[in-house]
Design a protein around this ligand. Structure first.
Ligand SMILES: Cc1cc2nc3c(=O)[nH]c(=O)nc-3n(C[C@H](O)[C@H](O)[C@H](O)COP(=O)(O)OP(=O)(O)OC[C@H]3O[C@@H](n4cnc5c(N)ncnc54)[C@H](O)[C@@H]3O)c2cc1C
Length: 421
């Protein structure tokens, strides 16, 4: 790369926010370069939604949507009003990506393949003549007064009129999101609020959990208990892992679990059969036991539970696995019902940035103009995506932040750069 090539807009970070902002700036006629330190764009995007990419949430009411982002959600009002869920879907659908809406209004590509989302973005970049420089790591940002003057990269200096910072958070650092942007933001005079892992799997002390690694449970209820007292309850899908539990409902409760752990012992009480109350489940077991009265106990739960779970439940029930079903006592059966309705797991901690889906905290929203994504401190700096101090629950909300803020940042960085020429 030649030293000091001059561009209208430089975008730092080739994640979803960086790609859409670079494409939009190029679409408006700006001469744009996108810098990515990895050898390829969108490394994290490819692993979103377990490789299926939950690209947005089918919530078309801006006010309702904003509620989901908590106190900082208001910051997104302008960008969601201008480029919200409808515009995002139009953007992808009109470029050949068919989408489908799943339970919980989660939107996925019809192909179930995150690569198809990335392909749309890569094509958007090339159609709008964005110069993409991979293997290009930004090392430092130089400023003079309230303007950035140039970037120092491992391949030389880059100069532009406008700069968009889209380096993401600190979660899953192996994908490239190592939090470099936070440091520069501080160097440039911005405040960065406390950075914490969010949407985080939980570690569990009970040994049996490990043997369930990989098991997904749908339609279960998890009750969160603090020192034995119920504090929260959530219904949906969860997953067992080698260290504990994860999956949509666990990630959703993780923030509260973290807060509760500061106050005492937190237990998750798993209701494996939330559709049946205690008595109905007991009746159901009596019917099953009558049907399979000559079987061993360990072979009698096939219709009730996933195979992987049966040995664990059998062990925890304390009933002899080789006992014939017709000789199981009422007391033993009741013990089994109790376990199926309340399988307790002791939370030992939240996993850190290595495993958290997102980073909460970031560049203080008071220092960014929500209409343009322009820094209020540095006149030719813009922000987009996870680097900003706003985050949402699971369900496509976090990528929507990238699409909305990225599009608006790209647009305004281009206007600003072109006007200066
Ligand atoms: C496992 C997992 C699953 C997820 N699933 C979903 C989902 O289904 N739906 C959803 O809405 N959200 C999901 N998320 C969250 C979502 O991926 C993020 O919110 C989103 O990727 C943030 O985009 P971004 O562009 O701001 O940053 P990133 O995607 O983190 O991209 C930042 C880019 O900047 C580059 N970079 C960093 N520093 C430098 C540097 N110094 N020089 C050059 N380049 C640099 C990085 O290499 C990286 O490519 C998931 C996250 C994870 C970890």
């Amino acid at each position: 790369m030649d030293d000091r090539i001059k561009f209208d807009v430089v975008v730092i970070g080739g994640g979803p926010a960086g790609m859409i902002s670079a494409g939009r700036a190029g679409e408006l006629g700006a001469k744009v370069v996108l810098l990515e330190k990895n050898s390829k764009l969108g490394r994290k995007l490819l692993i979103t939604g377990n490789g299926r990419c939950n690209l947005t949430q089918a919530e078309f009411n801006v006010r309702e949507m904003i509620e989901k982002f908590g106190p900082n959600g208001k910051f997104l009002f302008s960008s969601l009003s201008k480029f919200g869920v409808k515009e995002t879907l139009d953007f992808f659908n009109s470029r050949g990506l068919d989408t489908k809406v799943e339970r919980g209004d989660r939107v996925f590509p019809a192909s179930d393949n995150a690569k198809d989302v990335l392909d749309v973005l890569v094509k958007y970049l090339s159609e709008n003549h964005v110069k993409v420089l991979c293997d290009t790591r930004v090392i430092d940002i130089k400023k003079d007064g309230n303007r950035i003057t140039c970037l120092i990269t491992n391949k030389g200096e880059i100069v532009a009129n406008s700069y968009i910072l889209c380096t993401g958070g600190k979660s899953f650092p192996g994908t490239g999101s190592t939090g470099d942007g936070f440091r520069w933001a501080v160097d440039l005079g911005h405040n960065v609020t406390e950075l914490k892992p969010a949407l985080t799997p939980l570690s569990i002390s009970e040994d049996w959990v490990k043997s369930l690694q990989g098991l997904t449970l749908k339609n279960v209820r998890v009750n969160v208990l603090l020192n034995g007292e119920k504090k929260e309850s959530i219904f949906g899908e969860m997953l067992f892992t080698h260290f504990g539990v994860s999956g949509p409902i666990i990630l959703t409760i993780s923030k509260n679990v973290g807060l509760l752990m500061k106050k005492g012992n937190v237990t998750l009480s798993l209701d494996l059969k939330p559709a049946l109350d205690w008595t109905k489940l007991d009746n159901r077991l009596q019917r099953d036991f009558l049907k399979y009265q000559n079987r061993f106990f360990r072979n009698s739960l096939d219709e009730l539970l996933p195979q992987k779970l049966i040995p664990v439940i059998v062990r925890l029930s304390g009933i002899d696995p080789e006992k014939q079903v017709n000789s199981i006592t009422r007391e033993e059966r009741h013990r089994l019902v109790n376990i199926l309705k309340s399988l307790d797991m002791t939370v030992t901690g939240l996993l850190g940035f290595e495993h958290s889906l997102i980073t909460s905290g970031g560049v203080n929203i008071k220092e960014i103009d929500p209409k343009t994504m322009r820094s209020k401190l540095i006149e030719n700096l813009f922000f987009a995506g996870e680097i900003i101090d706003v985050d949402g629950p699971t369900g496509g909300y976090n990528l929507q932040i990238c699409w909305s803020t990225g599009y608006i940042a790209g647009e305004n960085a281009a206007f600003s750069a072109i006007n200066e020429k």
